[in-house]
Design a protein around this ligand. Sequence first.
Ligand SMILES: Nc1ccn([C@@H]2O[C@H](COP(=O)(O)OP(=O)(O)OP(=O)(O)O)[C@@H](O)[C@H]2O)c(=O)n1
Ligand SMILES: O=P(O)(O)OC[C@@H](O)[C@@H](O)[C@@H](O)CO
Length: 397
Amino acid sequence: MESGPSGGSRPAEPGPRLRGLRGADAAASASSLSRFGAEAGCRAPAVAAVLPAGGSGERMGVPTPKQFCPILERPLISYTLQALERVSWIKDIIVAVTGENMETMKGIIQRYQHKRISLVEAGVTRHRSIFNGLKALAEDQPNCRLSKPEVVIIHDAVRPFVEEDVLLNVVTAAQEHGASGAIRPLVSTVISPSVDSCLDHSLERARYRASEMPQAFLFDVIYEAYQQCSDYDLEFGTECLHLALKYSHIKAKLVEGSPDLWKVTYKRDLYAAESIIKERISQQVCVVMDTKEDEEHVGRCLEEMLKTELNHIKVTSGQDLQQIIVEQCYNFVCMNVMTSDFEKTQRLLNMLEESNLSILYPVVVISVHFLDYESVPFGQKMEKVGKNVGKIVCSVD
Ligand SMILES: Nc1ccn([C@@H]2O[C@H](COP(=O)(O)OP(=O)(O)OP(=O)(O)O)[C@@H](O)[C@H]2O)c(=O)n1
Ligand SMILES: O=P(O)(O)OC[C@@H](O)[C@@H](O)[C@@H](O)CO
């Protein structure tokens, strides 16, 4: 097992973290942990995640393995890692990458300041990569440096849109049933072709589901299954839940997943992922006012105008900007009505530069100045501001 760029025997702890960027996530996550205990009626289990990332992405049709393909100039796998890092109760994240991509992966961990990451060598198939990840967590392996978890999540590195609720659902279900996996309705009907490529029969679509990720298992259940797994299954299998059933005789609990759990497989999926990420970040706006709380401030009126367009808008008079950055707002509108200088905006720019947020996402800052604030009738002010700011923010590329 390799550690990240910081070396040493522990999971990668690359350079300085993005300053406080995960504060709000950790708080939200801690509340989920308490839900763990309540729902499962027991203490929260030790949870680790294994991310198979050793594929070549042939179906993507590009030289770069798809997990390293850029989305908004950032590798796809980094979004998946960030999604898992937002979940504070996942204590270790094991990523299986090929030897030739090990340095690339270490560079990604360093640049995007991912933490809790350990790297293992991928196998020639997905199942073998997953097995290598599990071995890194098993205590019966030489040089085992990670503690064995009670529950292990398995999640494809090319499924970036995974939220804490589905992770909590599969882990809670795995605690009770031994195994669990996210499923989705089938979009196309499954048919069986005859040897001469004619329709032999078709399945009743409503009775079947697509197996997606994440999946979760009691560690011993899935590790035992992989240890007993036949070479054929390791070579040609695509379903971890099947291994748990076949070798550990555990029937996984199936939980409905959200539409965003799909796997990036073809080039079109990369374009779709980029659109989803762009839409999400362009929907996050923070209006920074240059005066103390003032209900009549034009910033408050802008908030009223934009909140029907956006799903996440905040207003601040500046003293809690650091907290706002923690909550990962990606677009800022500085409303300067009292002064025409850029002091407030410059302070925000300095904070953003220090937070390194722009490493993760494109950040837009709009500085609005009213040169004739007093003389322009209020209604006209709002008309101009709302129209122009709304256009700029919603057209964030
Ligand atoms: N030997 C392999 C093959 C696949 N994977 C990983 O398993 C996940 C899902 O597999 P898939 O979508 O099939 O990825 P690829 O095998 O890269 O795609 P393709 O089949 O198009 O080559 C991906 O994160 C992939 O990197 C892996 O860790 N080790
Ligand atoms: O078959 P692929 O290698 O494309 O991807 C693996 C998928 O089969 C797998 O992620 C889900 O079906 C859940 O097991």
